[in-house]
Design a protein around this ligand. Structure first.
Ligand code: KG4
Ligand code: ZN
Length: 356
């Protein structure tokens, strides 16, 4: 039963997990996350220098915790995995250097993982994931993409956001409404009980040079501006902003647009399975709407478990085990980190020469 130790420090969560493949079912033997959210909240966003320092402090004890919880030693595991791209370079380095050192010390292969491949693999944790081909809606703080996953893990991007990612829109609108960071959970909480039909907000379309619109692409900048205008004009009229209704209307339009375009893309490409992953996939309104539409359109919908939507190390372990399932691979110990690296070039992480 192959098992891996996985490390994740690409942004503001230090995370370590041990994941095991039991006959195709992935089991999380231990998973710990040390969140730095409170510290970054003071600044309204992630401060890279602080993030790196906190990862350095947190990682050793997290590793100790998961090893004792899973009752194993590193040399009993099949590999050590760490996120190596994309993310904040200084933050990525912490897991990368720790992972490579542990792998070298214990004579285990090192598996460098692409962070988005981790999000994609998160659906397999505790879920029965569909067999390819299927369509993935990846919605996080940095990405909003529709990806067709084909046989042997091939990936083709069919849609994307042309400006902000959905999570980024949640974070910016939360700031506008005077709510906390990260914005997604704050908006979700205050939107509960709000009137989601009170404000009419735009669904953001992206024009094509040859005319018409990209059917599967997204744009959230117009929505953000519409929220700003609405807030400004309300402030002229009343003392207290109707924050609940504003948050609910915003959350509803984002969920509507994500679900509509995902369904359309799946139908047009004859895909009967949809997978939803990433931090924004934790949103209850979105989860509910996607499932409801799936039933209406007779499309099978699989969503990452709530605990593994936002950044975690179990998903990095799941991606590493997926790679190990397909072939005996490893990443060069000379591989560094990359702040930007396209998902469709994730295979390069397993070549003989380090890709960066
Ligand atoms: O996947 P993730 O943890 O990090 C990235 O790889 O970007 O996603 C973080 C994003 C943040 O923008 C956060 O506001 C959003 O996911 N998020 C949510 C919810 N929980 C986290 N957005 C909407 N509703 C939520 N419940
Ligand atoms: Zn992420």
């Amino acid at each position: 039963m192959p098992s891996v130790l996985a490390l994740e420090t690409s942004c503001d969560e230090s995370a370590v997990a041990i994941v095991q493949n039991r006959g195709g079912t992935l089991e999380v033997l231990a998973s710990r996350i040390a969140s730095q959210v409170e510290e970054h909240a003071r600044w309204g966003g992630v401060v890279p220098e602080i993030a790196s320092r906190r990862h350095v402090e947190a990682l050793p004890s997290l590793i100790g915790c998961v090893l004792s919880e899973a009752e194993c030693r590193v040399d009993q595991l099949d590999a050590v995995a760490a996120t190596v791209a994309p993310g904040l370079a200084g933050a990525l380095m912490v897991a990368s250097v720790t992972g490579r050192t542990l792998a070298a010390l214990h004579g285990r292969p090192f598996i460098g993982v692409h962070h988005l491949e981790g999000h994609l693999a998160s659906v397999r944790l505790g879920n029965h994931a569909p067999d390819p081909p299927y369509l993935v809606l990846l919605v996080s703080g940095g990405h909003t993409e529709l990806i067709r996953v084909g046989d042997h893990g091939s990936m083709q991007r069919l849609g994307r956001s042309h400006d902000d990612a959905a999570g980024e829109a949640f974070d910016k609108v939360a700031r506008l409404l005077g709510l906390g960071y990260p914005g997604g959970p704050a908006i979700q909480q205050i939107a509960e009980g709000g009137d989601s039909t009170r404000f009419r907000l735009p669904k953001g379309r992206v024009s094509r040079p040859e005319g018409g619109f990209h059917p599967y692409d997204f744009s959230f900048s117009g929505l953000k501006t519409a929220m700003l205008r609405t807030v400004e004009s309300l402030q002229e009229e009343m003392k207290d902003l109707p924050v609940q209704d504003l948050a609910a209307s915003f959350e509803q339009v984002v969920a509507d647009v994500l679900v509509e375009r995902t369904m359309r893309c799946a139908m047009d490409h004859n895909l009967r399975n949809i997978v939803m992953v990433g931090g924004v996939a934790a949103n209850q309104r979105l989860r509910h709407l996607m499932r409801e539409e799936g039933i209406a359109q007779a499309v099978d919908v699989s969503i990452a478990p709530l605990a593994f939507c936002t950044d975690n190390a179990a998903m990095i372990g799941a991606a590493a085990l997926g790679r190990l399932e397909r072939q005996a691979i490893e990443t060069s110990l000379k591989t560094g980190v990359s702040a930007r690296w396209p998902l469709d070039q994730a295979n390069a992480l397993y070549g003989e020469l380090p890709p960066f």
